[in-house]
Design a binder for this molecule. Structure first.
Ligand code: SF4
Length: 708
């Protein structure tokens, strides 16, 4: 038998034929995009590790990122453009050439524009996000405001809330704060680098309050105080804490006098939210409400990370956000070290020490069709439209099904997943009404099955991308393997279409790199120099944020101050929205019939929506669609672990496997989302939407439960 050195066969080099190449994971938010070290042999990725030299993840990968190889080589990867041959939803397609696909799509879009106007075509982006600055401009150059994204339900509610108060998004200064309030933070399941920040903070004496209805590893291992409000009652909790702060004079009066608008009206409103009232509304003991206020008062600085989905996914979500951020405003923890500081929110998450953010904004804004019809959802969600100027995609199905002169007739989507919408069956009905529907994706998803043409996209490992990270780090990744089959990057697809439709836009027609050149033109590096690096490189002299500079310059709100009382909302009485961060309890269609609060978006570390449930490494961790309930409720209903439990809402019912647990409170049930075979979103009320943001109440719906 030959003497085989197995160890050598695993080592990169000429002998083994293994090359080491570097890329990024883009499974979750661009704010992360951890570095991937890819071992490549014979044109295939054979192994993946986190990149030790990468500034962001320093060698670590989360459960999702570890499975990148399975993601890349999933058996249902789309490999060619295809056109539908069966009925919508049937899943029958035949391969076509790229030429035929692009010709057909361009022709359908142009014909719709000619016949019904540019607004009859809508553009939608699901995951990922890296191309979005291009895609938004693409919609605008085509002539429509109907550009929308999954941000219609993700993160943006918090951005809008800060915009109302300060005209700018704000983030926490975790590295320097005395008190970190993680409102809905579950770092072991999502945004894991924050755990490191919290641990380092605790080591230097920082205190931590975690607000979460459930007991999680973060509440157990990190929190000095764990507040457990019932689902959707966060606003009432924040107002009760504010009550204690104001009553005791624990507010920053000079700061309020100089920088805050509407404090008197706000203080008057919070008078009713005594700690006892807070306890009644939220379930958090009055003593803990007082303790939280004391901790804020005693800390030299405090900051809050408001987790996007747990707070935004309620009918009262954006107002809850506003109430929470008001705690920082009245205590002066704004634009000062250890507090909250402005951050420009961009698709490339590029507020990282240079001026490309404003270039990205310019790039997206300069072709906005101001003369066009307001985007879908503008009438129903006027605050969203005023601040965002995008389509609110939660209104898209209604718009299409209305079948009137404002209805969208052609939909071009990159990575659309209809299962993310509440009462998603309406989206299937809507797809059936479209004249033409294109979806670009990596996989044959259930949404793709409704498209007329499907185009195959490729992963981050098969293309290049400009990336930036905090501290002024920039990079342009290179493909580590050739795109599978005939797949192409989303950006390349947009360029092919722009050229075919003769767009009068040198950037979109010039391609992704031409667009990036526009955005990074102030950097001292060219794309080629950035590509030559294996890892992100730091810019010389990256800009360091100067605390207080935002307040010094003056805020761009109507009053120039931090607005507890919004003059923007006040100046539009026809919107029927409250200028103050008022509180309303979660909406129940019938409290007797549906006594349980339902959270339909509980996070698990191995899934992101429905995209990862089809990968064996991820699915095996929780193979069956499950519902968590308290031990008390399980006892009451005679339910044991693994029993079939029917969840009944005002829209329908579905059956899940029971997980009785001591980590959830009585009267609440939690469902992990994204299981295609039992899709909880299909029985959520699609009209139970936040009137401020348009976000669905995924996390404070009401239901009943029954053992089957
Ligand atoms: S999915 Fe995990 S590994 Fe990938 S970018 Fe997000 S945090 Fe990093």
């Amino acid at each position: 038998m030959a003497d085989i050195n197995y160890e050598k066969a695993r080592i990169p080099g000429e002998e083994s034929g293994i090359e080491v190449k570097y890329s990024v994971c883009d499974i979750c938010t661009p704010g992360s995009h951890c570095g991937l070290t890819c071992y490549v042999k014979d044109g295939k990725v054979i192994k993946i590790e986190g990149t030790k030299e990468h500034i962001y993840n320093k060698g670590k990968l989360c459960t999702k990122g570890r499975a990148n190889r399975q993601y890349l080589y999933r058996p249902d990867r789309l490999l060619t453009p295809m056109k539908r041959t069966g009925k919508r939803g049937e899943g029958k397609f035949e391969p076509i050439s790229w030429e035929e696909a692009i010709d057909t799509i361009a022709e359908k879009m142009l014909r719709s524009r000619e016949k019904y106007g540019a607004d009859s075509v809508a553009f939608y982006s699901g995951y990922t996000k890296w191309y979005r600055f291009m895609f938004r401009r693409f919609a605008h150059v085509f002539g429509t405001q109907n550009y929308g994204t999954e941000s219609s339900s993700c993160f943006t509610s918090g951005v809008l809330a800060w915009q109302v108060a300060a005209k700018s998004y704000m983030i926490q200064d975790l590295a320097n704060t005395d008190l970190f309030i993680g409102w809905g933070t579950s770092g072991y399941f999502s945004r894991w680098p924050m755990i490191g920040g919290m641990e380092r903070g605790k080591a230097r004496g920082m205190k931590v309050i975690i607000v979460d209805p459930r007991i999680t590893p973060t509440t157990q291992r990190i929190a000095d105080l764990h507040l457990r409000p019932h689902l959707g009652t966060d606003g009432a909790l924040a107002l009760a804490i504010a009550h204690v702060l104001i009553e005791n004079g624990w507010v920053d009066k000079p700061f309020i006098e100089k920088y805050v608008h509407g404090f008197e009206e706000y203080a008057e409103y919070v008078k009713q939210f005594t700690p006892e009232k807070g306890e009644e509304l939220t379930g958090v003991p009055a003593a803990d409400i007082i303790k939280a206020a004391e901790m804020i008062h005693k800390s030299k600085s405090a900051c809050i990370t408001e987790s996007s989905a747990p707070l935004g996914h309620h009918r009262n979500g954006m107002q809850n956000y506003r109430a929470i951020m008001s705690l920082l405003i009245i205590t002066g923890n704004f634009d000062r070290k250890g507090g909250q500081r402005p951050q420009v929110h961009s698709f490339m998450e590029a507020d990282h020490g240079y001026s490309s953010v404003s270039r990205e904004e310019e790039f997206m804004e300069e072709r906005f069709p101001h003369e066009g019809k307001p985007a879908v959802g503008a009438k129903r969600f006027p605050l969203w439209y005023n601040l965002k100027e995008d389509m609110q995609a939660n209104d898209l199905a209604r718009n299409i099904l209305a079948k009137d002169e404002d209805s969208v007739k052609v939909l071009f989507a990159l990575g659309m997943n209809y299962r993310m919408f509440a009462q998603d069956g309406k989206y299937l009905e809507a797809f059936n009404e479209l004249d033409f529907f294109v979806n670009v994706d990596l996989f044959m998803t259930d949404t793709c099955k409704y498209a007329d043409i499907i185009l195959p996209a490729c992963t981050s490992m098969e293309r290049g991308e400009f990336k930036s990270y905090a501290g002024g780090y920039v990079w342009f990744t290179k493909p580590v393997v050739e795109p599978l089959g005939q797949s192409k990057s989303d950006a390349e697809i947009l360029t092919l279409l722009a050229r075919k439709m003769n767009f009068d836009d040198e950037y979109l027609c010039g391609g992704y790199e031409k667009c990036i050149e526009y955005v990074i033109r102030d950097l001292p590096y060219t794309i080629e120099q950035l590509k030559a690096a294996d890892h992100p490189i730091q810019l010389p002299n990256p800009e360091v944020y100067k605390w207080g500079s935002t307040l010094e310059k003056g805020l761009k709100t109507p009053t120039g101050k931090l607005e507890l009382f919004s003059e923007l909302i006040n100046s539009h009485p026809e919107w029927n929205l409250d200028p103050l961060p008022t509180y309303k309890p979660p909406y129940s269609p019938d409290p007797e019939k549906y006594p349980f609060l339902l959270c339909a978006g509980t996070r698990i570390p191995n899934a992101l929506h429905s995209r990862l449930h089809d990968m064996p490494w991820e699915r095996h961790m929780l193979p069956e669609p499950s519902v968590e309930m308290s031990l008390e409720d399980a006892d009451k209903y005679g339910i044991e672990l693994g029993d079939d439990v029917e969840i009944i809402t005002n829209i329908g019912s579905l059956t899940f496997k029971a997980i009785p647990t001591a980590t959830v409170m009585e009267g609440e049930v939690y469902i992990y989302h994204g299981y295609r075979e039992v899709d909880i979103n299909s029985i959520l009320d699609g009209d139970n939407l936040d009137p401020y943001s348009g976000f669905p109440a995924y996390r404070s719906a009401y239901c009943n439960i029954r053992r089957k």
